[in-house]
Design a protein around this ligand. Structure first.
Ligand code: DAH
Length: 342
C-alpha cells in the first residue's frame, strides 16, 4: 500500500455508508467492508509495518482515530436500526386486549326433539321406562303381530314404504316375515318388548316413523311418534284414562283436561281418540286403547292373566303447536336461521 493513501476520504466514505445503511444486514456489510478482516481500514493498518518509523507513527495514530470514530458511528446506527426493528415487530404482534372475546355459539335442541323429550320425561315421571326399536322393520312386527294379517284392510291406511316386498304368494320366511319396510308407526316396539320380557311392562318408545306422503305444511314422509305400553295384572280402561290425563297435564299444563272419543285400531279393543283442552277448543292429542287379546297372545302373554293399555302420539304436530310453527317442512329444512330461534 502506498504511503500516499487518502485516509480522510476512506473515513468519510465509510461514515457515509454506515449512515446510509437501511437495515442491520446493510450495516453489517458496510462495517465489514471497512473494519472487517479484509476491510479497507484493516488493509491500511496491515501496510503500516512497511513504512518509515515516523510516518508509521503518524499514520498509525490516524488509523486508530478513524477506527474509533467508525466503530462509534456503527454502534450508534446499529442502536437506531435495532430500535426500529423492535418497534415494527411489537406493532405486528400487538394484541388488543380490549376486543370482545369470540364466544362459541351454543347449539339448541331441535323443536321436535325438545317436544319428544318433554313427552318421554312426562311418562318417565309416571313410572314408564324408555326403550327404542329399529326403523327398518319386518311386516310381521309392523302389522301381523299387531292383529293386522296380510289381507287386513287397515294395512292400506298406512301408505307403507317397502324396503323389500316379496311376491304376493311367496311363503313366509323362516322368521315368519313376508317383507321388509320402514316402520309406519312405533307400535311394533310393543310386540318386540313383550316378546323380550315377561309382564309387567311399562314402556315409552320415542322414534322416527315413515309413510309415503308428499311433503306439505302438515305432512312429511318422515315423522315422529311416541308409543306407550302398559301391561300388568288388573289394568283397566280407568288406568288408561288416568295415565293419559296426567300425561296431558304434565305436557300442556296443570289446567289441561282430556276427553275420549270412540275410535278403531286393529291392535286395541276398545279404542279411542284422546283430545286435550286448556279452556278454548279441543286439540286432537293421540290414539289409544286396551291392548287387543290377540296381540297379547301373539306376544306370548296370557290375556286371561294380564291386561294392557297402549297409546300412540304424533310428535311433530304437537311440536308445531308448542312452538307456534305453521309449516311442518321447516322442521326438515335444517335452516340455522330457523333452528337457532329455539
Ligand atoms: N299406531 C297408531 C298410528 O300410528 C297410533 C296408536 C293408536 C298407537 C292406538 C297405539 C294405540 O298404541 O293404542 O296411527
Amino acid at each position: 500500500m502506498s504511503d500516499t493513501f487518502d485516509l480522510d476520504r476512506l473515513r468519510e466514505e465509510a461514515l457515509a455508508a454506515i449512515a446510509a445503511a437501511g437495515s442491520l444486514e446493510e450495516l453489517d456489510a458496510a462495517r465489514g467492508a471497512v473494519l472487517g478482516k479484509r476491510g479497507t481500514l484493516t488493509g491500511v493498518q496491515r501496510s503500516l509495518g512497511g513504512l518509515p518509523p515516523a510516518r508509521r507513527r503518524d499514520l498509525g495514530a490516524a488509523v486508530n482515530a478513524a477506527r474509533a470514530a467508525l466503530t462509534e458511528a456503527e454502534a450508534a446506527r446499529r442502536a437506531e436500526l435495532e430500535a426500529e426493528r423492535d418497534r415494527v415487530q411489537l406493532a405486528a404482534e400487538a394484541v388488543d386486549v380490549t376486543l370482545p372475546p369470540r364466544t362459541p355459539r351454543r347449539g339448541s335442541l331441535h323443536p321436535v326433539h325438545e317436544t319428544m323429550e318433554a313427552m318421554v320425561d312426562a311418562l318417565i315421571g309416571l313410572g314408564f321406562k324408555a326403550v327404542t326399536g329399529p326403523e327398518v322393520e319386518s311386516d310381521w312386527f309392523n302389522f301381523e303381530a299387531l292383529n293386522m294379517p296380510a289381507d287386513h284392510p287397515a294395512r292400506t291406511l298406512f301408505d307403507t314404504i317397502y324396503v323389500e316386498s316379496l311376491v304376493p304368494d311367496a311363503p313366509p320366511r323362516a322368521d315368519g316375515t313376508t317383507g321388509v319396510l320402514l316402520r309406519t308407526h312405533t307400535s311394533p316396539v310393543q310386540a318386540r318388548t313383550m316378546l323380550a320380557q315377561p309382564p309387567p311392562v311399562y314402556v315409552v318408545v320415542p322414534g322416527r316413523t315413515y309413510r309415503q306422503d308428499t311433503p306439505d305444511a302438515t305432512h312429511l314422509p318422515v315423522f315422529h311418534q311416541i308409543e306407550g305400553l302398559a301391561v300388568d295384572a288388573g289394568l283397566s280402561f280407568a288406568d288408561l284414562r288416568g295415565t293419559l290425563a296426567e300425561f296431558a297435564r304434565a305436557l300442556l299444563g296443570p289446567a289441561t283436561r282430556i276427553r275420549l272419543r270412540p275410535s278403531y285400531f286393529p291392535f286395541t279393543e276398545p279404542s279411542c281418540e284422546v283430545d286435550a283442552s286448556r279452556g278454548e277448543g279441543w286439540l286432537e292429542l293421540l290414539g289409544a286403547g286396551m291392548v287387543h287379546p290377540n296381540v297379547l297372545a301373539t306376544c306370548g302373554y296370557d290375556p286371561e292373566a294380564v291386561q294392557g293399555f297402549a297409546f300412540g302420539i304424533g310428535v311433530d304436530r304437537i311440536a308445531m303447536l308448542r312452538h307456534g310453527i305453521s309449516d311442518l317442512r321447516l322442521f326438515a329444512d335444517n335452516d340455522l336461521r330457523f333452528l337457532s330461534a329455539f
